[in-house]
Design a binder for this molecule. Sequence first.
Ligand code: NAD
Ligand code: UDP
Length: 325
Amino acid sequence: MLSLFNTKIMKRILVTGGAGFIGSHLCTRLVNEGNDVICLDNFFTGSKANVIHLIGNPRFELVRHDVINPYHAEVDEIYNLACPASPIHYQFNAIKTIKTSVMGAINMLGLAKRVNAKILQASTSEVYGDPAIHPQDESYWGNVNPIGIRSCYDEGKRCAEALFMDYHRQNKVRIKIARIFNTYGPNMHPNDGRVVSNFITQALSDKNITLYGNGCQTRSFQYIDDLVEGLIKMMATDNSVIGPVNIGNPDEFTIRELAEKIVALTGSSSTFVYEKLPEDDPKQRQPDISYAMQLLGWSPVVKLDDGLIKTISYFKKLENERDGF
Ligand code: NAD
Ligand code: UDP
């Protein structure tokens, strides 16, 4: 594609939630590949700091906008990431979280329909709830409490998936649904309460490591670069591919094992304390990624230790900046 000034632009891409943790990495990668990127965000949990390195780049625009309101731009692709993702953030204003997922999906799907853009939904492993089958593959319908404290997020995301499918069936919108499993890396919000950011910040300041419940619940942690690669590959599939597809790292760890790793990697003198397990906290989670491997030729390559080392460096840098070093 050529712009008016004859400069070659690969694609015009809208990333909602682009100033958040995942969105900022995605925007960076898309800009670096020569695309023209609009990063749309209301800065609820994201920040300009996450995309500061892109500001001033002619291929990058940062727009303050809330996806619960319609937005119009001529784009070729939309990555719909806008939604708080950590339990404390999405429970902060649960009604707003549902509105963001549902009205955001309607507005972005409406835009995709009008401008004939491909649209990818950042869905989540939370659609499987507290899963009764293990590992989780895409055919599993999930075990979600529809009235619990996590339901604003889980049911919001499930409704968004339903909307994506209906816009596809009724209006032939070209959709892609990616079910993202626990992802970590630089640009995570230090106070988002998620397990990786909590444990690293606690370990770096030699504070108690807070294990909820007995620490035997499991998660499978994916490094951000692997996720971005998977999302871009999913977007690049032909129109017949709609998903849902799991994008995650199948290496499963207990939360206690994660804590032990982080203490070892930081050389911290923190000790463990056990706190109440939050309501409806899933007991185990591990993606079956056979479909992603076969469909996208994708599988994660970053081992947990390597990803944690990079993430720890990021949080150390944040601390040094805060302390004025
Ligand atoms: P994040 O909170 O860092 O990013 C979300 C971004 O969306 C933030 O920049 C926030 O300001 C923005 N946002 C929130 N509500 C908005 C609204 N109404 N209008 C415009 N912008 C809004 O979280 P993240 O981890 O980067 O997650 C990004 C997406 O990926 C989310 O949709 C999340 O559900 C999904 N996801 C993330 C994970 C994970 O492990 N990080 C796992 C599964 C799914
Ligand atoms: N968790 C914990 N201590 C913390 C934060 C989280 O033990 O300080 C646990 C939490 O109860 C859950 C797991 O770590 O079992 C992952 O939590 P997170 O909020 O990161 O993600 P999610 O539950 O949404 O997968």
